[in-house]
Structures are given as C-alpha cells and as structure tokens.
Design a protein around this ligand. Structure first.
Ligand code: NAI
Ligand code: MG
Length: 334
C-alpha cells in the first residue's frame, strides 16, 4: 500500500513552498498519498483551533509529516504549535543538517554538518519557572535525564551509521554545569563505546562555536542538549547561507515531522517569490528517513545543479525566478 503522509501546508508562504516540494516528489514517482491537514493561523480562522483534533489524529495515524511554517498569533496566550507537537508526540530529536551549495554567497565551501539537538529537556523543559512580584529574581529549572540523553545520543550514532558518517561530537559545558551537562557528557562517553566504528569526541560548547567558525571541516555529526543545540544549529545554518538553506526534522519513537526551519514570511506571502529550498531539503530528509535513498539523492542533485546555475532561483539567492520557476528548474534537472 502507498505511504500516507500528513501534509500541513501552514501559513504565509507555507502553501506555496509545500506545493513545490510535493510537485517534485510526485515528479520522481514517489507515489505517496497526501492527507492535507490544517494547523496554525489558517486552522484558527477556519476551525477556531490552532491545531484541530483531526490534524492530531492524522499525524498519529500516518506518522510521517511534511510541514510548512506556522504563524503563532502573538500576545493572545497561544502556545507555539511547534512546542505543542514536540511535547505531545515526544519528538525528542531535532535533526538539522546543513551543507554548502555551490552558487550561494555563503562564506565557506564544503560544509556538511548534521546537528542532533535534544528537543524536550534541558533549559527548555519549562519546569520551575519562577519570578517574584518585584521581578528581581528569576528562576528556571534545567532537567537532564539519563533516558533522555541516551535516546538522543543513540539516535545521533544510528543516524551517523545509516548515512555513512565518520564522527560524532558531543557538545557540553560539564566544567561549569557539573550536574546537568555532566550527566549528558557521561552518557555520551558511555554510548560512544557501543559504536567503535564511528569516531567519537566531545567539546565544550563555547570552544566548539569558535572551532565551527574557524575549522568547520572538523565537524560531522554534532549531538547536544536543547539550548546549546538551538544556538549552534543556527550558527551552522549561517555557515551555508542562512536559515533558507536549512531543513529540520523532529523525530520521536513513532512520529517524525519534517519542516522548513524559517518562518511563514508574511512580508512575501502570496507573491510567488519564496525560496522553496528549505522545505525541499526537508522532503529529502523525509525520503532518507523512509530509506528512499535513490530518490533523495536525485532531488538533492537536481537542487544543487539549479542553485549552481543560478538564473532560475529566487531573488534571495540572487536569481530572478519565482517559486514556480525555481521548482520547474529543479524538475528540469531531474
Ligand atoms: P521568517 O523566517 O518568517 O522571516 C524572516 C525573513 O526571512 C523575512 O524577511 C522573510 O521574508 C525571509 N524569508 C523567510 N523564509 C523565506 C523563504 N523561504 N524565501 C525567501 N525569504 C524568506 O521569520 P519571522 O518574520 O520572524 O516570523 C514570521 C512568522 O513565522 C511568525 O509568526 C513566527 O512565529 C513564525 N515562525 C514559524 C516557524 C515554524 O513554524 N517552524 C519558525 C519561525 C517562525
Ligand atoms: Mg532556534
């Protein structure tokens, strides 16, 4: 039977770029069945809910989600939908690959780094948030568990193996954060022993930031806790030309959500000028997750050729193309 994918077009530029990704998937004959689902501002307007139950059911049933960016209304007490999904489906690993594309204005060449960020614990666990009435002292609790560390670190090693990667580097601050980061580092060193075929190292996160800028070629797969991963994965995106060139996957035991990491870009919505690269890369991540490696490599190669050629890409990449033309150029290169 056909693989069913829950597709959330999302808000702003979301529907345009998601359509670009599905057009390409269909063109190479992926033969998926798409179940379209509402979330975000679009869902709120149509159903009164940011993420309707029907969408949650479709995600639960199909397990694979391709998701456009969502607008979370500000100042109305709404929790971010991305956070809701992460918590509800326990999407414990946030996988953020970056790679150099020839033809962009990025400052580096030959970058190829995957960050695996713990997505549920640490400084972002949401626990113990206290501020006194005079707003003089604020507290928040950082929670790291052995189980939470083990599963994300093991995911990073399994990913490294599956994708033929050579090295996993754990980022931490165990010299100062002796309990929390200390536990994460301890678990990382234990799990490293289970993977003798992969080179393991660990590095203090601030030193890692300097090294990422000076010697990015020394990194392959990075695994780290929530806050550090949030920051260092954006740093990595900067090495390859920004968030527009980077996809993200949120992986749980059952459900996996593949998305563009940029937002809904309301300033350019509906103009057919949004760059679809991030969501197309997310669909490549999705194909690899489904072990459809041939199709993944085909799309990647066509995207690389299109960006290198440079004339039919969108304005943000220096071209004159619309979203549709960029998409058509990728299809022409397939
Ligand atoms: P944004 O990423 O939407 O836009 C920042 C700038 O980058 C804008 O100038 C935009 O035009 C440009 N940009 C973004 N994606 C682009 C693309 N594919 N092609 C060409 N240009 C692109 O960030 P912003 O403005 O802070 O947020 C807008 C909305 O998106 C907010 O409601 C925010 O909550 C939401 N958001 C959603 C995310 C998600 O669902 N994963 C992630 C980040 C923001
Ligand atoms: Mg972030």
């Amino acid at each position: 039977s056909k693989t069913r994918i829950t597709v959330i077009p999302g808000d702003g530029i979301g529907p345009d770029i998601v359509a670009s990704a599905t057009r390409i998937l269909d063109h190479i004959g992926c033969d998926f069945t798409y179940d379209y689902a509402l979330a975000g501002l679009t869902a709120l307007e149509k159903t009164g809910e940011l993420i309707p139950q029907q969408t949650m059911d479709l995600i639960e049933n199909n397990k694979i989600v391709l998701k456009g960016p969502l607008t979370t209304p500000v100042g109305k007490g709404f929790t971010s939908i991305n956070v809701t999904l992460r918590k509800h489906f326990e999407l414990y690993a946030n996988v953020r690959p970056v790679q150099t594309f020839e033809g962009t204005k990025a400052h580096y060449s030959d970058i190829d780094i995957i960050t695996v960020r713990e997505n549920t614990e640490g400084m972002y666990s949401g626990q113990g948030q206290i501020i006194d009435d005079n707003r003089t002292i604020a507290e928040a609790k950082s929670v790291i568990t052995r189980k939470g560390s083990e599963r994300v670190i093991r995911y990073a090693y399994e990913l490294a193996r599956r994708e033929g990667r050579k090295k996993v580097t754990a980022l931490h601050k165990a010299n100062i954060l002796k309990t929390t980061s200390g536990l994460f580092l301890e678990v990382a060193r234990e799990i490293a022993k289970e993977y003798p075929d992969i080179e393991s190292s660990d590095m203090i996160v601030d030193a890692a930031c300097m090294n990422l800028v000076m010697y990015p070629e020394r990194f392959d797969v990075i695994v780290t806790t929530n806050l550090f991963g949030d920051i260092t994965s954006d740093l990595c995106a900067g090495l390859v030309g920004g968030l527009g060139m980077a996809p993200g996957a949120n992986i749980g035991e059952k459900v996996a959500v593949f998305e563009a990491v940029h937002g809904s870009a309301p300033d350019i919505a509906g103009k057919n000028i949004a760059n679809p690269t991030s969501i197309v890369l997310a669909s490549i991540q999705m194909l690899r997750h489904l072990a459809m490696h041939t199709q993944a490599e085909q799309i990647l190669s066509a995207l690389q050729k299109t960006i290198k050629q440079g004339d039919r890409v969108t304005q943000d990449l220096g071209g004159t193309g619309s979203t549709n033309e960029f998409t058509q150029a990728i299809i022409d290169h397939l």
